[in-house]
Design a protein around this ligand. Sequence first.
Ligand SMILES: C[S@@+](CC[C@H](N)C(=O)[O-])C[C@H]1O[C@@H](n2cnc3c(N)ncnc32)[C@H](O)[C@@H]1O
Length: 341
Amino acid sequence: MPTPREQFPKLVEYIKGFRATYLAAAGVKLGLFQKITASPGLTAEQLAADLGLHAPYLLTWCRTAHAMGFLEADEGGRLRLAPGFEPILAEASSPWYYGGALGLIVDYEARDLGRLPELFGSGTAVPFQARGRKFSEQVGAATAGLHTLVARKLLPEVPGLSERLSRGVKALDVGCGCGGFLLALARAFPAGRYTGVDVDRPALTSARKAIRAAGFARRVKVKAASTDGFPLTGPFDLITLVQVFHEIRPDLRPGILGECRRLIAAEGWLVILDETYPSTWADLRAPENSRPVLTAFSELAMGNVIPTQAEQESLLAGAGFSVHTRATVGDGFTLLTAQPR
Ligand SMILES: C[S@@+](CC[C@H](N)C(=O)[O-])C[C@H]1O[C@@H](n2cnc3c(N)ncnc32)[C@H](O)[C@@H]1O
C-alpha cells in the first residue's frame, strides 16, 4: 500500500506543471523568450528596461524560468534560452512552436476548467462555434505546427499520395477553421485546388482574410457548412479532417462521414488526424494515452467527446470507407487513412 508520503509528490508535480504552464505562457505573451533568443546574455534588468516591464517581476520570472529549466543563467544573471527550447517557445514558424497552444490554455481552457464544478450538475457545454472569432483564431494559432507537420511530412508519407499531391489534387478540408491547414497545403503543393468547409462562420471570415493575404484566392476557397451537409459537388481526390472529428457532435458524425463518402473520388483518400480515447480502464493510464485522456477532460465544457478506436472504425465502415492505416503521431494523435469501399 503506498503511503501518503509516497503519493504526495505526484500531486506536487501536477501543481508545478500548472504553474510552469502560466510561466511559459507569460513568457510567450510578453515576448521574453523571443527577446532572450535574439539577445543571449541579457540580464533580467536589461530585459525589463528593453521591454518596458517591471524589473522586480521580471527578475522573479527569470529566476523561476531558470529553476524550471526553460532558461540557463550564469552567476552574473546573464540569460539564454535552454538549448532545444528555441523552436518550441520563440520561433512562431516552427512546427514545434507551442506558443499558440499555451495562449489557448491560459486564456480559454483555464476558464472552462475553473467553471467545471458548476457545470457538473447540468452537463451544460458551450460548443466551439459559439465562442467567437478570437477563440477560433487562437485555436488556429494552436494548431499551426500540426498543419505544417501534416502537410509536409504525414500526407506525403501516405503510400501513393505524394505523387498525386505534387501533380495537383482537388482537396477538401472539413472543419477548416481559420484555414491554416488549407494554406499549409497550398504552400506545400502549389498545383492543387483546395476547398474548406466549416460551421464556424467567424472562423471562415478569418480564413478568407488569411487566404487573400497569402495571395491564394484563386486556388483556395472556403464555404459555410450546415450541420446537415456541405454545399459542394465532388469528386475530391483528398478529404482531410485535422483535429475535427472529436469536435463534431456525436449524433452528427455519421452524416458528416456520409457527406465525405458522397464527395470523395473512387480512388480518393480520406485522412483524419484526431485523438483516440482508450477503450479500457487499464489503458487510461498508458503514458501514450495521456493526450486524449486529458483532452477529453479539458474539453468537457465544449461538449466534445473523443471516440474510441472501435467507434471510429464502425463509423467509417458505416459510411462506406475501409481503413488502410492507423498510426500514432506526435504526442498522442492518431492518423487514420481510409478509402471508399
Ligand atoms: C479544433 S478546430 C480545428 C480547426 C482546423 N481544422 C485547424 O486545424 O485549425 C475544430 C473545427 O471543427 C469544426 N466543426 C465542428 N463540427 C463541425 C461540423 N458539424 N461540420 C463542419 N465543421 C465542424 C469547428 O467549427 C472547428 O472549426
